[in-house]
Design a protein. Structure first.
Length: 178
């Protein structure tokens, strides 16, 4: 004996299963399935995505600094955005030194190693504000990214430099110079 029950079409020509109401199934939106149904979380009056996949989430160093310092970094970033990448490098190095010296004034017992670490943090905080999230455009920008604390910046710079590595020009003009 078979438990198969054949479905016969209705008299009006429609399939009886298609016309039947759907069973009560719990439906969820993609937002609910991804775990962000509660919406963005609120941290220090800034909204972050609940899944933390955005590059502006808590992974940034700048968000771990006091508001006064963030404002100072933002002012430098606005100033540097008008400069080409080759000029930014020297100015960012000066900013990082000043950044670390300001911390040393409040913590005079800071060791030289901690001072260098603060310089790296200041440099990277400023670079975070200048980073548009796009591709690296030139060698000067790649060299700035190489000095970052973030692995993603360094990897991005290494990839650019591997592809667009400056090469020596071998040709008749260089042969005449030797």
């Amino acid at each position: 004996m078979s438990t198969f029950i054949p479905i016969t079409p209705a008299a009006n020509g429609s399939d009886s299963l298609m016309d039947a109401p759907l069973p009560a199934v719990l439906r969820r939106t993609p937002k609910e399935l991804c775990g962000s149904a509660a919406g963005p979380i609120q941290i220090e009056s800034r909204k972050f995505p609940a899944n933390q996949n955005d590059r502006t989430a808590e992974s940034l160093l700048i968000d771990q600094l006091p508001e006064v310092i963030r404002e100072a970094v933002d002012e430098w970033a606005v100033f540097l955005r008008t400069k080409p990448w080759r000029v930014r490098r020297e100015l960012m190095t000066n900013f990082a030194r000043i950044f670390a010296e300001q911390f040393r004034e409040h913590a005079p017992a800071m060791s030289d190693e901690e001072f260098e670490g603060m310089k790296e943090i200041g440099y990277t905080c400023l670079l975070e504000r200048l980073d548009t999230g796009g591709c690296i455009e030139n060698v000067h920008q790649a060299r700035l990214f190489m000095d970052s604390v973030h692995d993603r910046h360094r990897v991005q710079a290494q990839l650019f430099l591997r592809i667009y590595r400056p090469r020596e020009i071998d040709g008749p003009a260089t042969a005449r110079l030797n």
